[in-house]
Design a protein. Sequence first.
Length: 538
Amino acid sequence: MKKSFVSLWLLLVPVILSAQEFATGRVFHDANGNGRCDAGEAGVAGVGVSNGVAVTVTDAEGRYQLPVGNDTILFVIKPSGWAVPVSALNEPRFYYVHKPAGSPKLKYGGVAPTGPLPGAVDFALVPHAEPDGFTALIFGDPQPLNEREVDYFSRGIVAGVRGIQGVALGISLGDLVWDRLDLFQSYREVIGGIGIPWYNVIGNHDMDVDATADEVADETYEASFGPTNYAFNQGQAHFIVLDNILRPDPRGPGGEGFWGGFRPDQLDFVANDLKLVGRDKLIVLSMHIPLRYRAQNIFRDADRRRLFELLKDFPHVLVLSAHTHTMQHNFYGPADGWNGAEPLHEFDAGATCGDWHSGELDPAGLPPSLMRDGTPKGYSFLRVDGNRYVIDYQVAGQPADVQLSLFHPQVVARGRRTLAGIYANFFMGCTGNVVECRIDGGAWGPMKQVEEMDPTFVAHVYRWDTADHLLVGRRPSQPVFSPHLWRANIPIDLPAGEHQIEVRATDMFGRSFTRRSSYRLAEPTWPGPSPAPAALPR
C-alpha cells in the first residue's frame, strides 16, 4: 500500500479497537458490466469507502482497507460521473453486509448469517454522464398497513410517475411501511416499477420494535435495503442519508417508543464523510424525523447542535425530512445552534399516504388522504442546478400548477356581515410569502396568514362525524393548525350575482401561482313579514 494512502487513511479513520478484521477490496471500473472485478479492469482512485463510521479513499489502483466487526455494512460513496449497479428493482447496489452470525432473534427475522468475510469486498462502478442540473423525486411516508394500502400507494401515487423521464433518482424519507416489516418486499416491488435508481431512509415504523438496543433496531430494514447511514454524490450535490431515530427511547423508563436523535458513531460518520466534500457542494441531508416540529420535544437538542456544528462551514445545505404528515419549511438560526452565514432550510416533505390513507373512497376505490394541515397527498421534485435548488410539489393526480386550495362560502347574503372568509392553503407556503386576493379582476389586496385548522380538512372530518350511515374508508384523524394558511374577508357590498375570486401566491423561490373560484351574493330574504321590534325595557 502506498505511503500517501496510508497517511490519508490514518487522517480520516478513527482507530476501532474492537475490530478483529480488516476488509480489503477494490473500487473498479466494471467495463464488461458483470459486477465482478475481472482481470484487466482498472481501479478507480480517490473514491470514498466506509464501514458506517470510518471513511477512507481508494489508492491509485482503487484499493481500500477498513476495519470491520461482527455487525458491519461496507459501502462505496458513489462519486459524481459514475453509477453503481442496480438490482432488478432499481435498487442501487453499493454495499456489502457483513454479519457472520446474522441478526439477533427478531420477529421479522433480520439478516441471515453472512458467513466469513470474503477475501475481497469489491465495488463496481460504470461511467455515467451526470450534468450539474438534475431532478430527484422525493416521497414522504408511504406507510401502508396492509396489502390493500400498498395498492393505494401503487395506484394513487406511483402510477403517476411510473416510467418517468428526466429524473435522475428517487428517495423515500422513511416510514416505508407501518410496522409491518413483512411488507418491505411489496413496497420494493412497487417502487421498482418507477424505473429510476431509488434510495431509502429508515423511519420509526420501519424498525424492529422487539429490538432491545438502537444498534440492532434496524436489522430487518438492513436485510432489504442495506445501510441506514450512507452517502453518495450526484452532479455537484452530496447526499447524506441518516437514521435519526433512537429506539428504544433513551429517556426511559421502560425503554419503549423512540426519540429523534443520533448515536455518536452516526455523527462520527458525518464528520469523516464531510472531510472529503468540497465547500462549494450542495449538501442534501435526508432523514425521517424533522430536526424541529412546532413546540414538541421531537429531537434531542445536543444532537442537532453537533450536526449543525459539523455543517457550519458549508454554505449550501438542505435538509429533507417527513414524519409529521404535514408540509412545512423550517429555518434554523443561532437560537437552534446553526451558525452558518444563512439560515438553514429544512423541507418537511409531507406524506404520500397523506393522512394515513384516510377518507371516503372515490369511485376508483382510492382514499383522498388529505394531510392534517389540508395539503393534498403527493410528492416533490427537488431540482438541483449546481449548488442551488428549487422544490416543486406535485399533487397526486392533478396538473402541476395546482399549488393552492381555496375554501369559502358558495353563497353569501348581500350586505349582511359574516364571519365567513376566503381561505387559501398554499401548500409550499411559509411565513414571509406574499399571498394576495382580488375580486372580479380588481386590485390585488394582501391576505393575512392565520394559525388555524384548514377548513377543508375540518369539513372532511365533520362529514364522518355527522353522516347517518357508515362511509366506506377510514375516518380522517384530528386536524392540526396549518403552517401555510391565509385568510381574507369575503366582500358583501358588491351587486347581487356571481363574483370571481382570484388568489395569487409567491413561493420562497420567487415563483407565483394562482387559483380561481367564485361565489354568489344574494339578496337576503325572510319567510314572511319582518317581525316588529321588541319593546325595550324601561
